[in-house]
Design a protein around this ligand. Sequence first.
Ligand code: ATP
Length: 328
Amino acid sequence: MMASATPLLEVQNLAITLQTQRGAVRAVHDLGFTLARGETVGLIGESGCGKSLTALALMGLLPDGASVRGSIRFDGQELLAMPDKTLCQLRGNRMAMVFQEPMSALNPVHSIGRQVAEPLRLHQGLSARQARTQAMELLERVGIARAAERLDAYPHQFSGGQRQRITIAMALACGPDLLIADEPTTALDVTVQRQILELLAGLVAERGMALILISHDLGVIAQSVARTLVMYGGTVVESGPTRAVFGAMAHPYTQGLFAARPRLGTARVAGERLPTIAGSVPDLADLPAGCPFAGRCPRTLDACHAALPPAVALGAGHEARCIRLGEP
Ligand SMILES: Nc1ncnc2c1ncn2[C@@H]1O[C@H](COP(=O)(O)OP(=O)(O)OP(=O)(O)O)[C@@H](O)[C@H]1O
């Protein structure tokens, strides 16, 4: 089959502003990346750097009062100009999301069979019986044992790991081209974390889905994705093949993240947390004009405060936004 030239996802100059009691907050700005079909990409960065809002913007699920500018093209179609109804169809069918806390995605008063079957009835027009059979197969595929007998059970009758498997089954129901998983294993213990990551990896390989995995866990990202985007202060400061970003980190922020873990790229397990960097994340309500890391960076020059540096190509798809790249 010929590969399509259009990327599955193309994000350009994305900016998200939230209205808060403290005024307008520029939560995401100057953010861009592309994602090919079947590609896996990780978004990593400290809490509050804008990872979740970026994911919600891609899904058209930003909170009320958020304004979004720039461009998000999914399979060539501009999502930011799309009527709600069309976006809603796309969301159930071709793009899906899994959240950190499975109970937030599950309805406690509906059986799991009904919940997994619902998108199949809604988006694919299956009959109740067909949808139920398919729901059972999906639940079996994500590792719910004796799924046929448990279709009528309720979410509270399952463990946290099983609930996350159920939300993954719901997300997969319509065979999406893109799955966004926002901290899908953060609420789970390490053994279950590993099982869920293996499940996601298996599903991505088997179905040729693209995956955006959001995590603040370096080990999770290192194990799970081919490409990594490092976010800081609402934008991507470094991106590239995971091996390059983890093995030859270029941006001082990425270097700070890895400073405590010099051999992280080699063989880490899930559960590896981001080490602390001196200073605190910038106030998004009062974001400096230049590089968002300038206030914490050990290598800051006056020019760093003037303007956000452009991305500098470092080879093989690896790039970083720092004016001091290439200096000895
Ligand atoms: N509904 C909201 N109203 C006001 N501010 C918000 C809202 N949602 C997020 N923010 C702020 O926007 C910034 C980015 O939030 P976001 O949730 O995207 O960060 P994150 O990188 O996903 O962090 P975490 O890992 O903690 O979820 C944060 O400073 C957050 O406080």
